[in-house]
Design a protein around this ligand. Structure first.
Ligand code: MN3
Length: 224
């Protein structure tokens, strides 16, 4: 009886610690918030109706924000406990919800009740330079957006490597990346990067790679 209640006490104590840690991790890492729409729900009528916009923002976008915060706290928990057993799952969740959050935030701001028409300014001349004309660009973008398989996005992006605009089809929206996140440090884990020396031992390559990281370069990229 005594042992049983002692055991029970320990379990309660353990559960309290777990809950406290979850709350602390939650407070530290729950940092993404659903942005307020830059216009009223009915402001984009008739092109984007009020009911669709409200549901899209309040339910769909919110679920991305909640999912992103949850993934972040689960990843923090994994670092805390050293248990990375579900790392693939939570990284997928991070990419899925993180990309959803970034793209929807962009999407709301990309639209305006006073929008439409032809572009002006720098984007107009850049579109002309990279696509020939606005008409050609519009046809290209429209056909890309129309043919994305399943769910996804048509994306106009600036590619700083070629200093040019690119049109991309994003199937789903994550593919393990978060749009707009700028890579600072990358480790190539394709087999061609390590197979001659490490064969199938990818973890050994990653372990060795840590000895090569140029933190000065990483710092410089972060500062940009
Ligand atoms: Mn959506």
């Amino acid at each position: 009886m005594k042992i049983a209640s002692l055991k029970k006490g320990y379990i309660v104590q353990y559960k309290t610690i777990v809950i406290c840690r979850k709350i602390i991790l939650g407070v530290i890492f729950m940092k993404y918030e659903l942005p307020v729409l830059p216009y009223a729900y009915d402001a984009l009528e008739p092109h984007n109706d009020e009911q669709t916009l409200k549901l899209h923002h309040d339910a769909h976008h919110k679920s991305y924000v909640d999912g992103l915060n949850n993934a972040i706290s689960k990843l923090a928990e994994a670092r805390e406990t050293g248990d990375f057993g579900l790392i693939k799952h939570w990284e997928r969740e991070l990419a899925f919800h993180g990309s959803g959050h970034v793209l929807h935030t962009l999407f709301w701001n990309n639209m305006s009740p006073n929008g439409g028409g032809n572009p002006t300014g720098k984007i107009a001349s850049q579109i002309e330079k990279d696509f020939g004309s606005f008409e050609a660009f519009k046809k290209h973008f429209t056909s890309v957006a129309a043919t994305v398989e399943g769910s996804g996005w048509g994306v106009l992006a600036w590619n700083p490597h070629g200093n040019k605009l690119e049109i991309m089809a994003a199937e789903k929206h994550q593919d393990l990346t978060i749009w707009g996140a700028v890579p600072l440090l990358v480790c190539d884990v394709w087999e061609h990067a390590y197979y001659l020396k490490y064969q199938n031992k990818r973890p050994a390559w990653i372990e060795a790679w840590w000895n090569l990281v140029n933190w000065e370069d990483v710092n410089n990229r972060l500062a940009k």
